[in-house]
Design a protein around this ligand. Structure first.
Ligand code: FAD
Length: 411
């Protein structure tokens, strides 16, 4: 397949990577990268942690300086794609411009699920998705005294750790019964719960937020579903995201919890791929079920898979998923998907905060979660990406060492 123009909608992690990988792989055709956020394409992970603490500057968030786009002849357009004309292979932008494509890559990401409760329009209420969100939030974090975080997922807890480190009183409200319940084992949740509580964070599980209370347009408190009033001059919510599918839906592409793609990350139109947070793909690490994964490694690996295909080296997307989160002094790294795990083997201890949990489903190792044990994470990535399989019986042996096992079983 010889292509002369690739148009990429969404200039985030996945969109930027596919443009960069295409050039790196020798693509000589035209590349247009359309992003509806101002400035250079940038990384999001620091927005809920290091950036708020002033440990990384806005300039250092950018993937590459402006000169890179000129040098690599990647046309970066600050615009919003509004319509896909599939018949004529054109993308129409909000500015009225129309771009012809031989192949279109949709990398439109996701937006934050809204709180949707009375008072959510008060000042002092923040979600964190964009650099603009973080810029609005950062000045308020420094001297804040009372913070409520809604949602104890990665982003909520990263922010809770930041606020606690600034000396604020932090309450976390969550409908679930333990931190990061959708993503990690009960054992790893325990470690994070204990650490946050040691930093002064107070959890309110099996609780929702009924309403926000304000004075003069500014949030002052939160009422939980069991009637508690928690003081808050700042509320940050992280209650999940919704994939940005509107242009794909209007174009008649198949949708299933995101833009549905096949094993090669192609949509129901062979001239259109979808990657990153918005793409729902058949995941071999999740029984082949169509799944959406929201992480930097997934966005980058999918971008590389699509760019390789466009350069004539098609292969199905099989990368082992992995994730990380930084909270205070804790770095949690996860490889694999623990969904539906039914047994675990733990290495190290919760007390030492150097702790690894191996999650098994029907006897098969499906995920390895490591807190402050980067060697286990690296070994785990190798173990989960190729045979032989590590069994629970082997991992339960006294003095079992994951790194040594990986080394001994290296092909
Ligand atoms: P995005 O990076 O969100 O990019 C999509 C872009 O497309 C956006 O700029 C959007 O505005 C734009 N867009 C949408 N529609 C249009 C349109 N019609 N026209 C033009 N542009 C459009 N992952 C980790 O692995 N580890 C972490 O520690 C981590 N921390 C995070 C912290 C925060 C605060 C956030 C928000 C995310 C974090 N993530 C983390 C997740 C990670 O950043 C995302 O999974 C990743 O950015 C997904 O890349 P993407 O390109 O699919 O989407």
């Amino acid at each position: 397949m010889s292509l002369s123009s690739v148009v990429i909608v969404g200039a985030g992690q996945a969109g930027f990577q596919v443009a960069a990988s295409l050039r790196q792989g020798g693509f000589t055709g035209h590349i247009s990268l359309i992003g509806d956020e101002p400035g250079l394409p940038y990384q999001r992970p620091p927005l809920s942690k290091a950036y708020l603490l002033g440990k990384i500057s806005a300039a250092n968030l950018a993937f590459r300086p402006e000169a890179f786009f000129d040098q690599q002849q990647i046309e970066l357009l600050h615009d919003s794609a509004t319509t896909i004309d599939r018949q004529n292979r054109h993308v129409v932008l909000a500015s009225g411009k129309s771009l012809q494509y031989d192949h279109l890559v949709l990398a439109t990401g996701a937006h934050n699920r809204a709180l949707s409760i009375p008072g959510d329009d008060l000042a002092g209420v923040f979600g964190i998705k964009t650099l603009a969100d973080a810029n609005a939030l950062a000045p308020r974090v420094k001297d804040v005294r009372n913070v409520v975080v809604v949602g104890s997922g990665f982003i909520g807890l990263e922010f809770a750790a930041v606020a606690a480190a600034q000396g604020a009183s932090v309450h976390v409200v969550d409908l679930g019964d333990r931190p990061m319940a959708r993503a990690v084992s009960a054992e790893m949740s325990s470690l994070f719960r204990q650490a946050h509580e040691a930093w002064g964070v107070q959890f309110h599980f099996r609780q929702g937020v009924k309403r926000l209370i304000g004075e003069n347009g500014q949030v002052t408190a939160v009422e939980t579903t069991d009637g508690q009033i928690l003081p808050a001059e700042l509320l940050v919510y992280g209650i999940g995201v919704i994939p940005n599918i509107s242009i794909a839906t209007e174009a008649g592409l198949e949708i299933e919890n995101g833009i549905k793609v096949d094993a090669n990350l192609l949509t129901s139109d062979p001239h259109i791929s979808a990657i990153g947070d918005v793409a729902c793909f058949p995941c071999i690490h999740n029984h082949g079920e169509h799944s959406r994964i929201e992480s930097v490694p997934n966005a980058m690996d999918q971008a590389r898979t699509v760019s390789a295909r466009l350069l004539g080296k098609a292969s199905p997307f099989v990368a082992t998923p992995w994730f990380w989160t930084d909270q205070g002094n804790l770095k949690l790294q996860i490889v694999g998907l623990s969904t539906g795990y039914d047994s675990t083997v733990s290495l190290g201890s919760i007390e030492s905060q150097q702790f690894t949990v191996l999650c098994f489903r029907k006897g098969q190792l499906v995920a390895i979660e490591s807190c402050n044990r980067p060697g286990d994470h690296l070994a785990g990535k190798k173990i989960l990406s190729r045979p032989p399989e590590l069994t629970a019986a082997e991992a339960s042996a006294p003095e079992f060492d994951l790194k040594a096992w990986e080394l001994a079983h290296r092909a």
